[in-house]
Design a protein around this ligand. Sequence first.
Ligand code: 4NP
Length: 154
Amino acid sequence: MSKVLFVCLGNICRSPLAKGLATKIAEEKGMHERLFFDSCGTSHYHVGGPPDARTVENAKKNGLILNNIARQFGKKDFREFDFILAMDKDNMTNIKKLDQSNEFAEKLFLMRDFDYIEAGGDVPDPYFGGEEGFQEVYEILERSIKNFIETKFD
Ligand code: 4NP
C-alpha cells in the first residue's frame, strides 16, 4: 500500500479536491487497494472544517463528492506518507522548513511536476477568485493526478 498526501494552504480548496479526484481515478483503474490518499494544509486557518462551498459545488458539477475535514500538515506526515505533493512552491517551502535535515527530500514533489502541459508550475490558489478558477484547478489536478498515478504506479 502506497500512501500519498496532497498539501495546500487551507486544506479546503485544492488538496481536498485532489484527494477526491485521486481516490476516484484509483477506483476506476482498480488500484484502490494499493493506494491511499489524504490531504492537509500548511496553515491552521480552517482546521476541523469541511471543504469550501465553491470547491464542493465545482466537484459536484464534475461528478465528484468530497469527503474531507481540514487538518494541518505535521512532522509525523513525513514518516507516514510515501509521496507528499505540494500544490505550489510556497507550500513546498513551508513543508521543507519542517524537514531541516533534508531527510525526506525524496518524498517531496510539486503537483505540477506531473502536469504534462505545464510542468513545474503552481496549482493556482482559487480562494480569492471566481468559479472559473475552481474549474481551472479541477482540470490541472485531473491531468496531473492521472499522470502521477500512471508514472509512479502503473
Ligand atoms: P487552499 O485555498 O489552500 O487551496 O485550501 C485557500 C483556502 C483558504 C485560504 C487561502 C487559500 N485562506 O487564506 O484562508
